[in-house]
Design a protein around this ligand. Sequence first.
Ligand code: BJW
Length: 233
Amino acid sequence: MTDIRNIVILTGAGISAESGIDTFRDAGGLWEQHNIDDVATPEGFARNPDLVLGFYDMRREALSKAQPNAAHQALARLDAEFSGDLLIVTQNVDDLHERAGAKRVLHMHGELKSALCTACEMRSPWDATLSDRPACPVCQAPSLRPDVVWFGEMPYQMERIYGAIREADLFVSIGTSGAVYPAAGFVRDARDLAVQTLELNLERSDGSHWFHESRQGRAGELVPAWVDEILSA
Ligand code: BJW
């Protein structure tokens, strides 16, 4: 790949798997352990807020014990050393890209370490539990929910993401099954704009056939090798 000046990277749960964070749809993943309609929809939250708040408290706790892996570190190196435009769009709610040192990161599905007030709609940094119904730091209402995007809700910063894809000359998808829209459609959006597309995933995904190139393997191996290619081109 030569003359790459503008890269958009989409990451999914697979990039954090080697840090010990559960993926969703792999064998033993979160959706085998929990009912998706109960814990990842606004309707599920309305039915049983305690269940949902407990689910996200558990995941925030698991995140506190995890460390960035070689794939996060390689993307942080790319962020620091690549002189062109770069945007890391992550579907992940963990903060492992940031903890590895990446700066140009956008969380389209929200963040575990943020809380959203259903009373005043303010987003606040949040590191503690939510199941004990703490007060919103802004309006004091005991109305905080996880600041994550559930099914049926609009992902964050879609205009910025589509704008970045329009300007890109390379779109790279890492560790995502391609099962959830709109992220799963980015590869087709990119191809419609004649952007080169590359997939790095453990196995072929639902959308592999859309990519110009698809490489299979662990993110901890594939991503550092690809970053070396880009930085030495
Ligand atoms: C490794 C690895 C290793 C493992 N190395 N790889 C019909 C058609 C089209 C759309 C819809 C439809 N019906 C409904 C919809 C819309 C719906 C949707 O997509 N539903 C699907 C089920 C079909 N989408 C929505 O509702 C979204 N909102 C929306 O569409 O708004 C309207 C809109 C319209 C137009 C433009 C914009 C908006 C919202 C989706 C919200 C998703 N929320 C979740 C939960 C977030 C909070 C949380 O974390 O709990 O997001 S669900 C879950 O899935 C989470 C993830 O971000 C997301 C994607 O999962 P991901 O990351 O791909 O993980 P996995 O587990 O699926 O895959 C992991 C991959 O890694 C696998 O391939 C492994 O092989 C691989 N791997 N180890 C490399 N070591």
